[in-house]
Design a protein around this ligand. Sequence first.
Ligand SMILES: NC(=O)c1ccc[n+]([C@@H]2O[C@H](COP(=O)([O-])OP(=O)(O)OC[C@H]3O[C@@H](n4cnc5c(N)ncnc54)[C@H](OP(=O)(O)O)[C@@H]3O)[C@@H](O)[C@H]2O)c1
Length: 288
Amino acid sequence: MNYLITGANGQLGEEWCRYLNEIDAEFTSRSSSELDITDRALVFETADKYRPDVIINCAAYTNVDQAETELEKAFLINRDGVKNLVECCEEKEIKLVHYSTDYVFSGSGKDSKTYPNGYPENAKTDPVNVYGKSKRAGEEVVEASTIHWLLIRVSWLCGPKGSNFVNTMLRIGSGQGTVRVVEDQYGSPAYTFDVVEKTNELLRSDKSGIFHITSSGKINWADFADEIFRQSGMDVKVERISSAEFPSKTVRPVFSLLSTKKIEDAGLKILGWKEGLGELIRKRNKRL
Ligand SMILES: NC(=O)c1ccc[n+]([C@@H]2O[C@H](COP(=O)([O-])OP(=O)(O)OC[C@H]3O[C@@H](n4cnc5c(N)ncnc54)[C@H](OP(=O)(O)O)[C@@H]3O)[C@@H](O)[C@H]2O)c1
């Protein structure tokens, strides 16, 4: 299989490139400066040049706070850019893997009671912020298409490199004895290396449709921070605070848990969140 990776410098894009190198697969990677997915002609030209069997779309507008004031840009990339990829895949009979987020759900306290084991893939979407709405709009474009598509939703994505919660905690924790972390938002981390391997398994077994990929367990950010410092051997105290004490202009879901039942039913083994964190820290130290 010949892969084309978009958004190749992002945390998931980088992980895909590392993995495909490791398994010696045929692939082409394109960063945002080499392939802007909002440039329709360039998308088609790139597909003609490299003739991929599958496009792995890791390109996205991901700045949740900034999206509130950059609505047009968020929709341009997360909806219109995806439309370019879909149309290109339609014309050239290419498969598409597209990534999305738990933020397409409302993440309300009510939903946490309805879905104590996490949102299933077919739960009603109802995003509460601009980023979530733009990502849902991209999902709708994929779902309405006639191509062979895989839509993978992940939550709390963390990889060895890039901007994510683990790297932020390790950075701010190294300078101080106490960090303040919210304890009233729940979810489970998805690890880039696990997401990539599982996505490839789904691709190889010719699966299509929506799948949620994350690790097992239901934790809050403060629990996660505690474990990050414990496993890193850092003597940092986590002061547990409420979201109200951490004011933000952006409404965020309080419940981000995604059900993993469908991928388990597909025969994939779910990674424990602590075990995944240990692996992430080892990979991070090796790649630093
Ligand atoms: N991070 C999370 O916690 C999280 C959670 C749930 C779901 N997700 C989803 O998972 C996927 C991967 O996220 P990530 O964390 O890897 O994101 P990321 O690190 O922000 O990477 C996104 C990449 O997309 C590139 N990009 C932006 N606009 C583009 C355009 N017009 N054309 C081509 N490339 C463009 C960015 O390049 P520049 O840096 O040059 O702009 C960046 O390299 C996304 O679909 C995201 O919505 C992420």
